[in-house]
Design a protein around this ligand. Structure first.
Ligand code: NZQ
Ligand code: ZN
Length: 381
């Protein structure tokens, strides 16, 4: 168990009908909110009406910034920054999935920065301050509602990069599992894969394999994600399964699931971001393709010990090969693609995908070279 510091300042309000509670919370931080949302799901499931009603009832003026797309685009982030600055917004409120929350974070930081917001993503500038951010999460997946990171795609250069700063932690996030009842099946699958990816990256690349409490946190979260997802797919109206899934996905990337690992690397994410950057596929779908391939590579290079431990605790299987098959089986049951062609990606593109991934691998200071990334991707053909 290595030394660690655990800090998470985001206040979570969890349960039925909690979105309205963001009204007084935002009012305590500002008078004019930039309301960031996506393509309209919040208008269909009632979140928009509840949230705008609560903000107005608490005297908060609203400037809307709609149309955030999955894999949020830099140009739309820049438009949001201009809107926030031009209207004198002093608080940002995000309602939607990880893409909406990530774009809201980038805008919150960009609104307090005189330079180019992309500099935060390519390591040229550090985020020191941001407008206060409040979120209503409607898609359990990324953990963005309780972490300090955001991911944006520069569509001109096909770079999907991330920025991190303690200033990006949302002040308050409202998590109402009932808002997830309208999720399409594909997004349920994407969210489950992403939550699993967040805990396995640390577990399998830990510098210290003797941090039992964190291993057990990971096992419990993984069992909960798998069991909740299977329940949701069987009965989409199952509230308790929705609730378990929502809280599990938040805990998967809020810092808790890596305490004591003493360093780790996010290799599956670095490769996946290249897939989303080049083909605009959903993050969860890309991860479902990369993870089984990377597990096979991990087995060859690091041996079976971690795969065996994880498989026994989560899937009730004995061998490393059975663990990899159990992951694939779960991804397939959820409806996610597990090979490149299943997402319409030609295997001939592997060198191009690997070359693009190297940008993030260098930026994140990881010690991998392009031939190794190509070798991993060749296992996803
Ligand atoms: O745009 P709207 O209309 O809201 O529809 C969205 C979108 O089409 C829809 N949706 C969301 N909630 C819904 C709903 N539809 C019906 N009912 C609801 N309740 O779902 C679609 C996908 O939304 P998106 O926000 O893109 O999905 P997700 O939450 O998976 O976010 C993915 C993004 O987050 C990044 C990913 O790379 C990707 O760009 N990540 C962010 C991380 C972070 N900040 O810590 C870490 C992750 O590893 C990840 O990289
Ligand atoms: Zn992820």
């Amino acid at each position: 168990m290595q030394n660690f510091t655990f800090v998470n300042p985001t206040r979570i309000i969890f349960g039925k009908a909690v979105v309205a509670k963001l009204g007084p919370e935002a009012a305590a931080a500002g008078k004019k909110a930039l309301l960031v949302y996506g393509g309209g799901s919040i208008k269909k499931n009632g979140v928009y009406d509840v949230l705008t009603g609560a903000l107005k009832a608490n005297g908060v003026e609203i400037v809307e910034h709609a149309g955030v797309k999955p894999n949020p685009a830099l140009s739309h982030v820049k438009a949001g920054i201009e809107k926030a600055k031009a209207n004198g917004c002093d608080v940002v409120v995000a309602a939607g999935g990880g893409s909406v929350i990530d774009e809201a974070k980038a805008i919150a930081a960009g609104a307090r920065f005189p330079g180019d917001v992309w500099d935060f993503f390519c390591g040229k500038a550090e985020i020191r301050e941001a407008l206060p951010l409040f979120t209503a999460l409607t898609l359990p997946a990324t953990g963005s509602e309780m972490n300090a990171g955001c991911v944006v795609t520069n569509e001109a250069t096909a770079q999907k990069y991330s920025a991190h700063s303690p200033a990006l932690f949302p002040r308050v996030s409202a998590l109402d599992p009932e808002t997830t009842l309208t999720l399409p099946r594909a997004q349920v699958a994407n969210g489950a894969v992403d939550a699993l990816a967040h805990i396995i990256e640390g577990y399998f690349t830990t510098r210290d394999a003797d941090a039992e409490i964190t291993d057990e946190v990971v096992h419990a979260l993984a069992r909960s994600v798998v069991a909740s997802t299977l329940r949701i797919l069987k009965d989409p109206a199952d509230y308790n399964a929705r609730a378990s899934m929502m809280w599990s996905a938040t805990l998967a990337l809020n810092g808790l699931a890596t305490c004591g690992y003493g360093g780790m690397n996010f290799i599956n994410h670095a490769i996946e971001h290249s897939l989303s950057a080049l083909y605009d596929i959903a993050h969860g779908a890309g991860l479902a393709i990369v993870m089984p391939a990377w597990f096979k590579h991990h087995l060859e290079t690091a041996g079976p010990a971690r795969l065996e431990k994880f498989g026994a605790a989560v899937f009730g299987v004995k061998t490393a090969d059975e663990t990899i098959l159990a992951f694939e089986d779960f991804f397939r049951k959820a409806g996610a693609p597990v090979r490149l062609p299943e997402a319409g990606i030609p295997p001939e593109d592997i060198p191009k995908i690997a070359a693009n991934a190297m940008g993030l691998i260098r930026l994140w200071g990881m010690k991998h070279e392009q031939p190794e990334i190509e070798k991993i991707l060749n296992k996803a053909k």
